[in-house]
Design a protein around this ligand. Structure first.
Ligand code: NAI
Length: 258
């Protein structure tokens, strides 16, 4: 099979960073499995955009916190195209709780967030490992967050889940080499539906975006396409990079927290 026919799964790609990544891969000739949890209509729109971009795509419903769904999702790629070359563990969830409000987070909140943000990527990688090894140059990219480094973000449970994902990225990179590379990207403030909803609507979101921009060296926020470009580079390029974590945050990881 030729280079243009490589196959990727992007979890949680009915919107935001995942959608931008699926479309960019399709533009480069990849076959893409667009995974969604609930939004069948959103996933179909992304599939249509992938086809318009010159690739092929299918939409597959699966909840990454459920192991049987992860195995079914990987099988869908194999059944459709006979191979799997890249996995982007992008699906993520959170609960917006002020960090000082310790009573605002329950054990169940942690369990729900970890189920998608930590156990999900583990289950997906485990389900995909054999096919990625068969590819001969498989790649996994985990979508983490600058919140893991800074201990900031939508809640303490969310920041901790991304810290666990960073550690797992390194563990998996050790065991899946030499044929599979495992890396992470850590976005900062990215303009996606998640951020607008989480900040209580467009007006508050705009204020928060301006505040963020004022703190960081590049005086800006990020777009989903900025993150997608780095994810695609880690998949297609970077042949000697594994166990790494790249910040796409306009420099927030060096900024003074306020
Ligand atoms: P988004 O809300 O557009 O995308 C997240 C997607 O994950 C949604 O489509 C959602 O349905 C899906 N999802 C959630 N739980 C799932 C599950 N159990 N199984 C399958 N799909 C599931 O938001 P965005 O911003 O594009 O988020 C993508 C990733 O980027 C997440 O992992 C998030 O933590 C990370 N991130 C986002 C930042 C931002 O500023 N927007 C900053 C840092 C990291």
């Amino acid at each position: 099979m030729t280079e243009q026919h490589r196959v990727a799964i992007v979890t949680g790609s009915a919107s935001g960073i995942g959608a931008a990544t699926a479309i960019e891969l399709a533009r480069r000739g990849w076959r893409v499995v667009v995974n969604y949890a609930n939004s069948a209509a959103g996933a179909q729109q992304v599939v249509d955009q992938c086809v318009q971009a010159g690739g092929q795509a299918i939409a597959v419903q699966a909840d990454v916190s459920v192991d049987a769904d992860c195995r079914r999702l990987v099988q869908a790629a194999i059944t459709q195209w006979g191979r799997l070359d890249a996995l982007v563990n992008n699906a993520g969830t959170t609960k917006f709780v002020a960090h000082a409000n310790l009573d605002g987070l329950s054990a169940e909140d942690f369990q729900v967030i970890y189920a998608t943000n930590v156990i999900g990527p583990f289950q997906m990688t485990r389900a995909a490992a054999s096919a990625l090894k068969d590819s001969g140059r498989g790649a996994v990219v985990n979508v983490s967050s600058v919140a893991a480094l800074l201990g900031t973000g939508s809640s303490i449970a969310y920041a901790a889940s991304k810290g666990a994902l960073n550690t797992m990225t390194r563990s998996l990179a050790r065991v899946l080499g030499p044929t599979v590379r495992v890396n992470a990207v850590s976005p900062g403030f990215v303009d996606t539906p998640w951020m607008v909803a989480g900040h209580g609507g467009p007006e508050k979101y705009k204020q928060r975006a301006e505040h963020y921009s004022s703190l960081v060296p590049l005086k800006n926020t990020c777009l989903p396409a900025d993150v997608a470009d780095t994810i695609v580079w880690l998949i297609e390029g970077a042949p000697k990079t594994t166990g790494d974590n790249i910040y796409i945050d306009a420099g927030m990881h060096m900024a003074q927290a306020k």
